[in-house]
Design a binder for this molecule. Structure first.
Ligand code: PA5
Length: 447
C-alpha cells in the first residue's frame, strides 16, 4: 500500500486483510482518529524532552564526538564492546548488517562483543584471542551497574592493567550517563575516555546515540548515512498524516490484529541473513516496551505482544509449519531486500533430477525473492495476516530508516495499548532479587 512520500521503504499489506474481509487500507482508515491522537501524544512527549531518541538523528555534535573518538583510537586493532540489552543489540545488528557492505579488511581491524552473558566459557574463549596491548575496551552501561557487562568489564580491566600497566585507562571508553552512576564515578576516578548515553534516551531506543554509533563508526560504517535514513523517518513522522507513515500503518494493523483478533504474537522474518541480529534488536524493542503489568493509569492489564525473530528462507524449514497451520494468534512481517550485491547463480546439474532440473543458472537473488513470495502467498491463501517491508537495498541509509521506523511504530503501539513504552519494571524486579542474593552471599562469606 502507498505510504509516506518521503519514505524510501515500502510496506506491502495485501496479506493483512481482516477475517471479516476488511482490506488493510480500510483497517488503517478506521484507526485514523486513534493514530492522530497517538501522534499528538508522542509529539507532546518529544516537545517536553521526554523521548530524546527522536532527536538523535539530528544531533550533529554527537556525530562529531563519535568520529573524534574513532580518530583518537584508530591505532588499536580490536574493539571489545561490553554491554547487554539496549546497550548491546543495536550495535550488533548494525555491524552484522553493514560490515560486509563496508568492504573493510577484517584481517587488520575487528569488533568483538561480550558481556551480554555471564557464561564464563564464552567470555574466556573471547578474551583468550585478545592481544590486550592492541585492544580498546568500550564498556556500555547507562546505569553503570548492570551485572553482566560490569562483571566482564572488571575482568577485562584487570587483564588490561596487567598487560599495559598504568596507562590501561586510556584503553577504556565508558559509554554511560553524563551525570550519575557507578561507571561514571569510576571513569572520573581512573580517567577513562568518555561517551554519553543521554538521560532522556532509554537503552532499547539508544542505537542512534554514542551507544550504537561508536562501535559502528569504529568498524567503518558511514554513520552519517545511517542517521540520514533515521532522520527521514522522523521527518515523515513530523510531516505526513500518520496513516501514510509506514510506522503508523504497521502500528495500526498490528493493533487491530492484536486487540480485535487476539493475534498477540508478532513475527519478524527478514529474507536476508544480514538482518538476523536486527530481528533480535526488534524482539527486545517490542517485548520490553509493550509487555507491561499495568497501564498508564495504574490498572492491572498484563498486556504485551510476544515478538519472534525468524529468518527467511532458513526458518521455512523450522517454523513455517506452525505459522501456516497452528493457532491463529500471529502476525507476520517479512523484510525483503530488493537487490543483493552478489550475482551468484545455481551451478550445472551433474545429473538428471526431477526436483532440481529447472534450477540451473537461476540467481540466488531470484530464488530468495520467490521463496518469500511463495511463503507470503501461502499464508495469505490461508487468511493468515502477513505484510512485507521492502528495502531497495541493505545499506546504512536504509538500515537507519528501518530501525527508526520500528522505534516510531513501537511508540504508536505504546499509545494504543496505553502503556509506558519506556520503562521496564519487570526487569528491575529481577535485578533487585539478584542484588539480594549478592548481599546474602557476602554476609554468609563474612560469617
Ligand atoms: O532497554 C533497556 O533499558 C535495557 O535493555 C537496558 O539497555 C539493559 O538493561 C542494560 O542497561 P544498562 O545500559 O544500564 O547497563
Amino acid at each position: 500500500m502507498r505510504s509516506s512520500v518521503s519514505s524510501v521503504l515500502r510496506y506491502d499489506t495485501v496479506g493483512m486483510s481482516s477475517p471479516r474481509g476488511e482490506t488493510a487500507a480500510r483497517m488503517i482508515y478506521d484507526h485514523s482518529a486513534r493514530l492522530k491522537k497517538a501522534h499528538a501524544a508522542i509529539t507532546d512527549q518529544r516537545k517536553r524532552g521526554l523521548i530524546g531518541w527522536m532527536d538523535l538523528p539530528f544531533d550533529a555534535a554527537m556525530g562529531q564526538r563519535v568520529q573524534k573518538m574513532v580518530a583518537a583510537t584508530k591505532k588499536f586493532d580490536t574493539l571489545l564492546v561490553l554491554g547487554i540489552g539496549g546497550s548491546d543489540l543495536g550495535a550488533r545488528a548494525i555491524l552484522q548488517a553493514l560490515s560486509v557492505a563496508s568492504g573493510k579488511s577484517k584481517a587488520t581491524r575487528r569488533v568483538l562483543f561480550a558481556g551480554a552473558n555471564t557464561d564464563p566459557d564464552e567470555l574466556e574463549s573471547i578474551f583468550k584471542t585478545l592481544d590486550w596491548k592492541k585492544t580498546l575496551v568500550n564498556i556500555i552501561s547507562k546505569s553503570g551497574d548492570t551485572v553482566e557487562p560490569m562483571s566482564a568489564f572488571l575482568i577485562a580491566r584487570e587483564r588490561l592493567k596487567k598487560a599495559v600497566g598504568a596507562k590501561f585507562a586510556s584503553q577504556i571508553i565508558a559509554t554511560t550517563d553524563a551525570q550519575s552512576g557507578t561507571l561514571r564515578a569510576w571513569s572520573e576516578r581512573e580517567g577513562y575516555r568518555l561517551l554519553v548515553v543521554p538521560g532522556n534516551v532509554g537503552g532499547r531506543f539508544s542505537v542512534f546515540s554514542d551507544v550504537g554509533l561508536f562501535p559502528a563508526a569504529w568498524d567503518g560504517v558511514p554513520i552519517h548515512e545511517l542517521l540520514a535514513g533515521a532522520a527521514d523517518q522522523v521527518r515523515s513522522f513530523e510531516k505526513e498524516p500518520p496513516e501514510m507513515q509506514i510506522s503508523g500503518q504497521y502500528a495500526a494493523l498490528h493493533n487491530e490484529w492484536f486487540s480485535r483478533y487476539r493475534s498477540t504474537i508478532f513475527i519478524l522474518m527478514p529474507y536476508v541473513s544480514r538482518l538476523g541480529l536486527f530481528g533480535r534488536w526488534y524482539r527486545q524493542l517490542i517485548a520490553e516496551s509493550l509487555g507491561k503489568a499495568r497501564n498508564r493509569r495504574g490498572v492491572l492489564v498484563e498486556t504485551g505482544a510476544t515478538p519472534i525473530a525468524a529468518l527467511g528462507a532458513t526458518d521455512q524449514h523450522s517454523q513455517i509449519q506452525l505459522y501456516m497451520e497452528g493457532p491463529r494468534d500471529k502476525v507476520m512481517t517479512f523484510v525483503e531486500v530488493e537487490s543483493f550485491s552478489s550475482g551468484l547463480k545455481v551451478g550445472k546439474l551433474p545429473g538428471p533430477s526431477e526436483a532440481l532440473s529447472r534450477l540451473e543458472g537461476v540467481s540466488l537473488e531470484e530464488l530468495i525473492h520467490a521463496e518469500r513470495r511463495a511463503t507470503a502467498g501461502a499464508l495469505t491463501s490461508q487468511r493468515r495476516p502477513n505484510g512485507t517491508i521492502v528495502l531497495p537495498t541493505l545499506d546504512a541509509y536504509h538500515l537507519g530508516a528501518l530501525m527508526q521506523l520500528f522505534m516510531i511504530a513501537t511508540a504508536y503501539l505504546g499509545e494504543f495499548m496505553d502503556v509506558n513504552a519506556y520503562d521496564q519494571p519487570g526487569v528491575e524486579e529481577g535485578k533487585r532479587r539478584f542484588r539480594e542474593w549478592v548481599e546474602l552471599r557476602a554476609s554468609e562469606d563474612a560469617s
